[in-house]
Design a protein around this ligand. Structure first.
Ligand code: FAD
Length: 302
């Protein structure tokens, strides 16, 4: 059996595996797609100590670092079941069952898409999902934020300090964000809020040039010219396959303590699939390190 088996090969999983392997214990990684969300990222400018890099380039360095430690990397393999017996068993989609003394779950998350024409086409060409990451790229420009929940309104407030103008588009008749955030939003001079509006298309040529929405009351179509669209309608953790045995929040995020431990002894978790307050590369790597050290502590006590 493995000592530590990491499920997920993004920044959290890579960091966890390297920290574990450095203890001289048998470590493996199962990843549906090594690199995770970073593979879909163009420019990265907030990975501290690296002024600018690109997603696939960072993933290549992660892979090189992981391989340097002789970690078993099982790429293009999806875990579909976890069972705690004496050891923890992980069943893969291909039927194989892997056994390990401890497991670190780092299966990440995915942004919920609006699924309108133009979204996929203009991803990284004006369609963005992370204001902390991509906000500065739209300095002085006009943007829209789709979604008026807490994350959408926080994004709009954040962006209003950088861009020229922000249009917030909310599907429901009212914003869902906390009152204090709404007050802050309403106090900003360069924000327009449109409620009861269904986004119908993100338009553009080689990059985004506008957004179309339908007023749900009058059914009238509107078009706003702008250069960027931030989609903020939720982040979905990749945790469905775990069933009910592992404690999760109502959003499906795995609940972890400060050692990265879940409610099942020997099962740890890290990164975007957990209830961590913020979802970023550097934060995922930190929590991956925490979970590996937590798992090592568990192994020497059991
Ligand atoms: P992920 O990167 O999501 O990795 C999850 C891993 O688990 C993948 O290998 C996946 O294939 C695997 N997996 C999932 N389910 C299973 C399963 N059942 N079995 C096996 N493997 C599985 N953050 C920044 O700090 N700076 C940025 O500039 C930035 N830009 C971003 C741009 C975009 C377009 C996106 C989408 C995100 C961006 N982020 C950025 C956020 C950042 O990418 C994430 O916070 C980070 O990747 C989370 O790391 P993770 O390892 O927890 O999860």
């Amino acid at each position: 059996p493995y000592d530590v088996l990491v499920i997920g090969g993004g920044p959290a999983g890579s960091s966890a595996a390297i920290y574990a392997a450095r203890k001289g214990i048998r470590t493996g990684i199962v990843a549906e797609r090594f690199g995770g969300q970073v593979m879909d990222t163009l420019g990265i400018e907030n990975f501290i100590s690296v002024k600018h890099t690109e997603g696939p380039k960072l993933v290549a360095s992660l892979e090189e670092h992981v391989k340097d430690y002789g970690i078993d990397v099982m790429n293009l393999q999806r875990a579909k079941r976890l069972e705690k017996k004496d050891l923890v068993e992980i069943e893969l989609e291909n039927g194989a069952v892997l056994k390990s003394k401890s497991v670190i779950l780092s299966t990440g998350a995915r942004w919920r898409n609006v699924n309108v024409p133009g979204e996929a086409e203009f991803k990284n060409k004006g369609v963005a999902y992370c204001p902390h990451c991509d906000g500065p790229l739209f300095e002085g420009k006009d943007v829209a934020v789709i979604g008026g929940g807490n994350s959408g309104v926080e994004a709009a407030i954040d962006l209003a300090g950088i861009v020229n103008h922000v249009t917030v588009i909310e599907f429901n008749p009212e914003l869902k964000a906390d009152a204090v955030l709404q007050e802050r939003l309403n106090s900003l001079p360069n924000v327009t809020v449109v409620t009861n509006a269904q986004t119908t298309e993100i338009t553009g040529t080689d990059k985004v040039n506008g957004i179309s929405y339908m007023d749900r009351e009058t059914e009238k179509q509107h078009h706003v010219e702008l250069q960027g669209v931030f989609v903020q309608i939720g982040l979905v953790p990749n945790t469905d396959w775990l069933g009910d045995q592992i404690e999760r929040t109502r959003f499906g995020e795995i609940v972890v303590d400060k050692h990265g431990a879940t409610n099942i002894p020997g099962v740890f978790a890290a990164g975007d699939c957990t209830d961590s307050a913020y979802k970023q590369i550097i934060i995922s790597m930190g929590s991956g390190a925490t979970a590996a050290l937590g798992a090592f502590d568990y192994l020497i006590r059991n």
